[in-house]
Design a protein around this ligand. Structure first.
Ligand SMILES: [Zn+2]
Length: 188
């Protein structure tokens, strides 16, 4: 069974519904461009986090401290308006013998961000995927994003960020660990 695909005709209809003339010079290639762009913006559905985190690196048996990566770019679209939301993620985990490369964490964020999302779910999905596939002692995720659907409509002040967090494993009962992670996750 083949997946339903948007055709360029669908995007032409959207342009018409917006009151535009899809045949004017500036818009002639727009339906093809939108199709291509949305394929990219929703490419996360085809990615498997288990596959992404399978190729962990050994050699962290003696390492018992938090690993925190800050500034991971987040580009997503809200499922309520299909409007962009974007910002940065901080991921921390307390390894249990397994570590992953920085590029894997960036790709893990992308795998869930390149779907229609709400920021809260994006945050917990990343944390859950780490716990399930990397099996660390703890995993924490903090995401700060600007939401175009809110800013552009005057619901939020431009530049205002929405902050979400998820703390799993030992980060839940261990207040000292939690405090350390949040201090490391705080923007300098
Ligand atoms: Zn929205």
């Amino acid at each position: 069974m083949s997946e339903p695909q948007f055709t360029e005709q669908d995007w032409r209809r959207l342009l018409l519904a917006l009151g535009e003339d899809p045949d004017r010079a500036g818009l002639q290639d727009t339906p093809a461009r939108i199709s291509k762009a949305w394929k990219h913006w929703t490419s996360g559905y085809a990615q498997d986090p288990a596959e992404l985190l399978k190729a962990f690196e050994d050699g962290a048996e003696e390492y018992n401290e938090l690993i925190v990566v800050r500034g991971i770019p987040v580009y997503s679209h809200c499922e309520h308006h299909l409007a962009p939301f974007f910002g940065k993620a901080t991921i921390g985990y307390l390894p249990n013998g397994k570590i992953v490369g920085l590029s894997k964490l960036t790709r893990l964020v992308d795998c869930f961000a390149k779907r229609l999302q709400v920021q809260e779910r994006l945050t917990i999905q990343i944390a859950n995927a780490l716990m399930t596939h990397l099996e660390p002692k703890a995993a924490g995720v903090v995401i700060r994003c600007r939401h175009m659907c809110m800013e552009s409509r005057g619901i939020r002040t431009p530049g205002e960020e929405t902050v979400t967090s998820a703390m799993l494993g030992e980060l839940q009962p261990n207040l000292a660990l939690r405090t350390e992670f949040l201090a490391l996750a705080r923007e300098a």
